[in-house]
Design a protein around this ligand. Sequence first.
Ligand SMILES: Cc1cc2nc3c(=O)[nH]c(=O)nc-3n(C[C@H](O)[C@H](O)[C@H](O)COP(=O)(O)OP(=O)(O)OC[C@H]3O[C@@H](n4cnc5c(N)ncnc54)[C@H](O)[C@@H]3O)c2cc1C
Ligand code: SF4
Length: 330
Amino acid sequence: MRAFAYDRPTQVEQAVAAVTADPQAAFLAGGTTQLDLMKDGVWTPDRLVDITRLPLRGVMAEGQLLRVGALTTMEQLAAEPVVAQRLLFVREALLAGASTQLRNMATIGGNLLQRTRCRYFRDPSVSACNRRSPDSGCAAVANTARMHAVLGVDERCVALHASDVAVPLVALDASVTVTGAKGQRDIPLTAFWVRADEGPSIENVLGHGELITEVRIPLLPERWVSGYLKVRDRASYEFALTSAAVAVRMDSGVIGDCRIALGGVGSVPWRAREAEELLRGTRPDPALFDRAGRAVMAGAYTLPGTAFKVELAVRTLTRQLTVLMTEATR
Ligand SMILES: Cc1cc2nc3c(=O)[nH]c(=O)nc-3n(C[C@H](O)[C@H](O)[C@H](O)COP(=O)(O)OP(=O)(O)OC[C@H]3O[C@@H](n4cnc5c(N)ncnc54)[C@H](O)[C@@H]3O)c2cc1C
Ligand code: SF4
């Protein structure tokens, strides 16, 4: 690892100023992504600004909103009783991610900003990577792309967004509060990440030095049920091939309202609005669930290695919907 400067401020303003002042600086939270990238030589900032002493830890319910400090760990958030009661699919997505050891270090802010797991991106000996080095090409498209995306991608980059918890958060219309040198702003998560087919080298709308201070999650109203289904190559400690986050409210045997997002398929966590529209006001029906899944996947850009994801995503969504409908009508 290359030598780097290290700061450990105690105030948000100091941390923001330290990164803003140095174009080669980066924030360090739990370090579970950042240090891996540095050890691999993929991303080597000259200065790390450790934010773990900032007062950004903790969870607070405020009316129908859950305010989560950006340094709250994945394990802490999953253990909150209100998350189990009112945001079950968020809890399930958190606990489906990484391992207990990682979840005890990994913060919710860092999780949303984790970089893609594309193996070519993470190997600096591979020169063709438009995300790492603009206009250099894409090694994944020309070689093996299995853990890659099929929505929001094109021949320039098929990088997958790997976060699990981002999937239910997008379904819920959660947002982040960020602080930068020019002050504070709220950004809805549906507008936070940039699709790879809109520019492979830009991953999100944060400016350099902007710090996520809080994640704001609307609680599901009473009578909603929710669930997160993750399909992966092994039962634990593995990223999603596909996943589905679904929340639904039944009204007299009809789907009164629903929120759906898919993981493992998009360059950003994928809100499935086509499916939501098709399902609202209908009676639960597996054939309709299948049609809803196919509507979402209709625009998929596939490679030989990723073509299986279209059918798998449809089946993942159909299965999660079927399970939830049984629960909701019980
Ligand atoms: C082996 C392994 C398996 C994993 N499996 C999964 C999985 O199945 N599902 C899943 O969702 N994730 C998985 N992860 C990813 C893990 O969840 C993330 O690495 C972790 O959440 C990142 O949080 P962190 O606090 O360690 O962030 P860091 O590594 O400290 O930071 C990550 C990035 O975010 C920036 N950053 C951090 N906090 C802030 C902030 N508040 N504001 C602005 N920028 C910030 C940093 O500068 C850095 O660029 C896995 C990771 C590993 C290593
Ligand atoms: S898929 Fe994206 S991140 Fe991976 S090699 Fe291609 S350009 Fe780079």
